[in-house]
Design a binder for this molecule. Structure first.
Ligand code: ZN
Length: 317
């Protein structure tokens, strides 16, 4: 009898259809879906809206978080979003374990987040805080020396009238402070992956305006960079085809993307960056194909992020 290949659709006498599906059919479909999206896809970065964490200082007595806040991006939770495959550490006025020397926490206008500034009568001051980014890609032997685990160092501050802010970092084991930059952070993110951050503020005299600091964010890869990018198949609907003739396809349409099963939870609060075209897309509807709770694939309807959605457009991708 010729050898035959089973594709999982056969029903054997001694197994229930349910068992066959679990053991053969679904794993087979998952693998086929992965191969299919590999063949034809766009590369994306995925940003998931945070649902837990520190409540942002812009959300004090207000009913809502501030829509143009650059600490929580209108989400109300410090950080706002998390890039897929990354970990982030954020210093703002709500951060725990702050040591403030001659630094006050100041309210800002327009219901924005509170900021750090020099205390009245002080010409210099400092913020010291321990940081922790366990489980990042920087463990010895994990990532190539020249790449390093650091994705971005993002901060928002104001310097006026010769005031000055400086950022420093050190390992808890060593006393020497070094300037906070990618190279120094990469070194510190090896075992034990803890660090201290120090921010110094200065002004020429007590009458001069104080420099102000809103936030500092360190974002690192938890895994190799390629694994932080998602692949989606991007079929064009008939609606898109007709508009393509006008050359305005991207401006007009919503699109329906198809993902294989490896992505985690996806909701309509999340958004994507189309890496090659540098376009941000907002999920408006997500649909999971998951018979018997086995995720096979996702259908996600997306539309372009619009100009009024500054909270998404301002987020550092
Ligand atoms: Zn906020």
């Amino acid at each position: 009898m010729p050898q035959r290949e089973y594709d999982g659709s056969e029903v054997f006498d001694n197994l229930s259809p349910r068992t066959i599906a679990t053991l053969q059919t679904y794993p087979g479909m998952v693998q086929r879906n992965i191969r299919a999206v590999d063949a034809e896809h766009v590369e994306l970065q995925y940003y998931q809206q945070l649902r837990a964490g520190r409540r942002c200082s812009c959300w004090g007595s207000n009913v809502n978080a501030c829509g143009h806040c650059e600490v929580c991006y209108g989400v109300g939770i410090v950080g706002g979003f998390l890039k897929y495959g990354c970990a982030q550490w954020i210093l703002d006025v709500t951060a725990p374990n702050l040591t403030l020397n001659n630094i006050d926490i100041l309210m800002t206008k327009n219901e924005g987040p509170h900021v750090f500034g020099l205390a009245d009568g002080a010409t210099s001051g400092e913020i010291i805080i321990p940081g922790d980014l366990q489980g990042n890609w920087g463990k010895p032997g994990s990532c190539p020396q020249e790449e390093g685990p650091t994705d971005i160092i993002d901060s928002h501050f104001w310097e006026d009238e010769d005031g000055q802010i400086s950022f420093w970092i050190r390992s808890p084991q060593y006393t020497a402070w070094r300037p906070l930059n990618k190279a120094h952070l990469n070194t510190l993110l090896q075992y034990p992956q803890r660090f201290d951050v120090r921010i110094t503020m200065q002004r020429p005299g007590v009458e001069a305006k104080s420099p102000l600091l809103q936030h500092l964010m360190l974002r690192v890869f938890r895994t190799n960079v390629a694994a932080t990018k998602l692949k989606a198949n991007r079929p064009r609907g008939t609606h898109a085809q007709s508009l393509a003739e006008l050359g305005v396809l991207d401006e007009w349409t919503s699109e329906r993307w198809w993902f294989e099963s490896r992505i985690p939870n996806l909701t309509d609060l999340d958004w994507f960056l189309d890496i090659n075209r540098n376009i941000r897309w907002k999920a408006v509807d997500t649909d999971k194909m998951a018979p018997q709770d086995v995720t096979l694939s996702w259908d996600v309807t997306v539309r372009k992020v619009q100009d009024f959605e500054q909270r998404i457009l301002k987020y550092p991708a």
